[in-house]
Design a protein around this ligand. Structure first.
Ligand SMILES: [Zn+2]
Length: 326
């Protein structure tokens, strides 16, 4: 027995043989315990002591090798140098921006510059210089949010950028200005208190309403396809004269009348007109120049294109929805 115990103690225990040694060791322990019972009572204590020493030594050696084994296994599991990194989860481009990019491409290709302005705007630029002096009834058409700072408001249209630009640049002017604007509107399926507008301004000598019509018409055909047309409905804006609402052929039914266009075949997408002489005078431009301005309510377009039941979906920033709209 003692010789076999020594054999076990001298045995080289490796990763490869540890399970086999462990099994044999346990078998041997059973034999040892059994043999203790066969000894005289006087010898049992001393032999029992030897067996216990042997048992703890062997267990320690076997457990050490097993522990190393588990460590090696774990680290192997976690490091695989051949694996590539998990793919990053990208967001999705906002449906509004995706459509805006189509407009942007058209206008850039036609020589327009892109200009931006602040969303917190001076009353002077948002209203006063756009031919809407204080107490002018037209201010009611675009009720906005007033800030605690004197004379500062959240801009109700991107037209304020026209003023800022014209004050700094002499004609000719050919710009578009995209951005968020604010109006006091209750939240309902068709209205949100903030929305995305795209503004355009062209000033120069001999610019006429025909140029305005041509620019709008070409733009909608370019962005939505040759079958889409635009029409101009007389309306009133304080900063343009004459002024017109822009309707485009309903892209959903192609003008055949449907629910989206409320059975008219047309959808109102913005407004335009020849810049009012008072506005040109306010920024110091002379009588020799004139021009036109237009503005699209951009939220309309994704709503039509993706048949969105509510405008609010565009501002909820829900990536799951935007990915579906791709
Ligand atoms: Zn329709």
């Amino acid at each position: 027995m003692e010789e076999r115990m020594n054999n076990f103690l001298n045995l080289q225990i490796t990763n490869e043989n540890v399970n086999k040694v462990d099994k044999e060791f346990k078998e041997f322990m059973k034999e040892l315990y059994a043999s203790i019972k066969t000894l005289d009572v006087s010898e049992r204590k001393a032999f029992g002591q030897i067996v216990n020493d042997f048992k703890s030594k062997m267990e320690e050696r076997i457990n050490n090798v097993k522990a190393q084994n588990t460590n090696v296994d774990k680290s192997c599991e976690n490091v695989d140098l051949t694996l590539s990194k998990p793919l990053l989860k990208y967001g999705a481009m906002h449906p509004l921006i995706r459509i805006y990019k189509r407009f942007e491409k058209y206008y850039i290709n036609n020589g327009f510059n892109i200009v931006s302005g602040p969303e917190i705007e001076l009353d002077k630029y948002n209203c006063e210089m756009l031919n809407m002096p204080e107490h002018h009834p037209a201010r009611g058409m675009q009720d906005t949010f007033y800030l605690e700072f004197p004379n500062k408001i959240l801009r109700s249209h991107t037209s304020a950028v026209q003023i800022r630009y014209m004050l700094k640049h002499k004609p000719p002017v050919k710009i578009i200005s995209p951005g968020i604007v604010y109006r006091v509107d209750d939240l309902d399926p068709q209205h949100t208190p903030m929305f995305f507008q795209l503004e355009g301004l062209v000033i120069g000598e001999n610019i006429t309403f025909a140029d305005l019509k041509g620019t709008i018409m070409n733009c909608v055909k370019n962005v939505f396809g040759e079958n889409i047309s635009a029409r101009f409905i007389p309306t009133y804006y304080p900063y343009t004269e004459p002024s017109a609402g822009i309707d485009i052929t309903c892209p959903v039914c192609g003008g055949k009348k449907c629910r989206t266009c409320k059975n008219s075949g047309w959808i109102r997408v913005g407004g335009c007109g020849m810049v009012h002489p008072n506005v040109l005078k306010n920024v110091g431009y002379g009588d020799n120049v004139q021009g036109f301005a237009f503005g699209y309510g951009m939220s309309k377009f994704p709503q039509i294109e993706y048949k969105l039941p509510e405008l609010r979906i565009l501002h909820d920033n829900n990536i799951k929805v935007f990915k579906k709209l791709h």
